[in-house]
Design a binder for this molecule. Structure first.
Ligand code: NAD
Ligand code: ZN
Ligand code: ZN
Length: 356
């Protein structure tokens, strides 16, 4: 089969690789029908995630059909259409028993396209299939469902739920990439008073508005002052960090009200300063997290009911074998306007769904 293989920083290719086979009786083999590229894959290609060994097939999000299962798999069978979650779960360890699957100690967690071959291929082996794939409702098309493998549960769990968004809140989302936009969309489910998006890119702020942000602010134009003005000097109830650089984390701690929540989603490569000399007196809650995907079944029901704006986030589609082109478009988001790019067998045409 073909897969997108990491060969070390700056080197990768869509090339022939061995077909995956069942290794453990809890495995399933999935034929990939739709797959997407994550910002984290770009981090891997830059060399920011050194655990990824050269030779690994990338990708941790997919929709496909089960073609083979090991003898211990009980909940899915060949022919089932499934969502492959970005998080694999053994189901038995202490963390899995607490639904903290991202921290799985039994060989799960984020392993696809990280520690083992991933989903950017024609087929993928999914360990612990019973808890690591979700049977898909027919009402959710592949292109929409694939966004529930990572970005929607991440934004919802690590941003909105950790941030404890409540009715009437002022919510600020810093970073309006796919994750920040999904955070805006899922924060709306809690009827906040207002959502403010902060970014440096005008196109991203426009996307934030169309996904339900009530106000937008350029990160370079004193967004903390805008938030103070909107909240009679108090600050926001909840601030969600969806960029992953020290400046934006520190900005979040300046925009939150006393007693409020800062929910960090961004993957940080550098230390950020925690200004305890100012913050100790402000009763803040700061949360961090890797997604667990415990919310995926709920999100799937909501997607089937048309309650999630998944299709608005897909800007480009490609056939699977044009993976490199898809990476190029996704990697140059500032020029191409890409949010999520989706690849798949039945998606024959190259389509810019929302061209610039
Ligand atoms: N915690 C988790 O489990 C988890 C899972 C997936 C992704 N992530 C992380 O979430 C973050 C967001 O992911 P994404 O795919 O949306 O990334 P992205 O790179 O597409 O989006 C980031 C956005 O931040 C904006 N930005 C850059 N610098 C800024 C600044 N100084 N001020 C304000 N905005 C700025 C960019 O214009 C862009 O719109 C990344 O760090 C990603 O690695 C975390
Ligand atoms: Zn991801
Ligand atoms: Zn586990």
């Amino acid at each position: 089969m073909k897969g997108y293989v990491f060969h070390g920083p700056g080197q990768s290719a869509w090339e022939e690789v061995p077909d995956p086979g069942i290794k453990e009786p809890t495995d399933a083999i999935v034929r990939v029908d739709a797959v997407t590229i994550c910002g984290t894959d770009l981090h891997i290609l830059k060399g920011d995630v050194p655990e990824v060994q050269p030779g690994t097939v990338l990708g941790h999000e997919a929709v496909g059909e089960i073609v083979e299962v090991g003898g211990d798999v009980r909940t899915v069978r060949p022919g089932d259409r499934v969502l492959v979650s970005c998080i694999t779960a053994c189901g038995r360890c202490r963390y899995c028993r607490e639904a903290a699957y991202g921290q799985c100690l039994g060989g799960g967690g984020w392993i696809l396209g990280h520690l083992i071959d991933g989903t950017q291929a024609e087929y993928v082996r999914v360990p612990y299939a019973d808890l690591s794939v979700h049977t898909l409702p027919a009402a959710v098309p592949d292109r929409d469902a694939v966004l529930l493998a990572d970005i929607f549960p991440t934004a919802y769990e690590v941003g909105v739920l950790n941030g404890r968004v409540r009715p009437g809140d002022t919510v600020v989302v810093v970073g309006a990439g796919p994750i920040g936009l999904a955070a805006i969309a899922t924060a709306r489910l809690f009827a906040p008073e207002r959502i403010v998006a902060v970014d440096v890119a005008a196109a991203r702020l426009e996307a934030a508005r169309s996904l339900g942000a009530d106000a937008v602010a350029d990160a370079g134009e004193a967004p903390d002052q805008l938030i103070a003005d909107l909240t009679t000097g108090l600050g926001a109830d909840v601030v969600i960090e969806a960029v992953g650089v020290p400046e934006t984390f520190e900005l979040c701690t300046r925009m939150v009200r006393a007693g409020g929540h800062v929910a960090n989603i961004g993957v940080h490569g550098r230390p950020a300063t925690l200004h305890l000399e100012d913050l100790w007196i402000r009763n803040l809650t700061i949360t961090t997290g890797l997604v667990d995907t415990h919310s995926t079944p709920t999100l799937l029901r909501m997607a089937a009911a048309g309650r999630l704006p998944t299709s608005e986030l897909v800007t480009h589609t490609f056939p699977l074998d044009r993976m490199q082109e898809a990476y190029d478009v996704f990697g140059a988001a500032a020029d191409t306007g890409a949010l999520k790019v989706v690849l798949g067998g039945p998606l024959r045409e190259v389509v810019a769904v929302q061209p610039d």
